[in-house]
Ligand binder design. Structure first.
Ligand SMILES: [Zn+2]
Length: 214
């Protein structure tokens, strides 16, 4: 999971949400294009092209607008931009499988990037030193369960991505590998210059690459 810093809503969506404010209860189906598509694009740009939960790369065609606090839980937040994210349409994980379950570790909290530990085999688990971590171990465990972040599909995708990068680096002579690990780390931390979109699974990749490089 990667921290998402919320910006401003697109003007067209803000206008729509203000009009809806006078209506009770709010009805999500009232939101149509072009306002809905503009909202969706703004969320994807804010998340630099990644699913808000699993960090796979997504576009408009394979993602949806997600309510962090479910509409049924808090109807008043239906059109609140700070409650809206873009999730992948993963068949076995993320927004479509959680139903209305709460997500205890939120991508809107800076701590989310430290709450999980990824390994080279593609698995994810709660950070073990959670006593000293700001996020509770139980919250991280519950989040993995609700969003199925450790499902076979995500494990295989992360493992494949890690292996691909490691194989590429290890094809270089040993003397050059440390530099190659540094380059890959910069790319996955999003500090490589000149790109707005991030590579898939960047938080998991940066964690694993840092452990392999050291
Ligand atoms: Zn996802």
């Amino acid at each position: 999971m990667r921290y998402i810093r919320k910006g401003r809503a697109p003007q067209s969506f803000s206008r729509f949400a203000r009009q809806q404010g006078r209506k009770a209860p709010p009805d999500w189906d009232d939101l149509r294009n072009p306002e809905k598509a503009e909202l969706h694009r703004a969320l994807l740009a804010e998340q630099r092209g990644l699913c808000c939960y699993c960090c796979d790369r997504v576009g408009e065609a394979d993602s949806h607008v997600e309510h962090l606090v479910a509409r049924i839980t808090s109807p008043a937040r239906t059109f609140q931009y700070s409650n809206l994210l873009a999730s992948c349409n993963g068949p076995a994980h993320c927004g479509h499988v959680r139903n209305a379950e709460p997500v205890p570790v939120s991508p809107l909290s800076k701590e989310c990037e430290r709450a999980f530990v990824f390994s080279a085999d593609g698995r994810v688990r709660p950070r073990a030193d959670a006593k000293s971590a700001p996020v509770q171990h139980g919250d991280a465990r519950r989040t993995i369960a609700v969003l199925r972040l450790d499902c076979k599909r995500l494990q295989a995708l992360r493992r494949g991505q890690i292996r691909g990068v490691v194989n590429e680096i290890e094809a270089f002579p040993p003397a050059e590998q440390a530099r190659k690990y540094d380059e890959a780390l910069r790319e996955y931390r999003g500090s490589a210059s000149g790109r707005s979109d991030l590579p898939r699974f960047c938080v998991a990749m940066a964690q694993v690459l840092a452990s392999l490089a050291s």
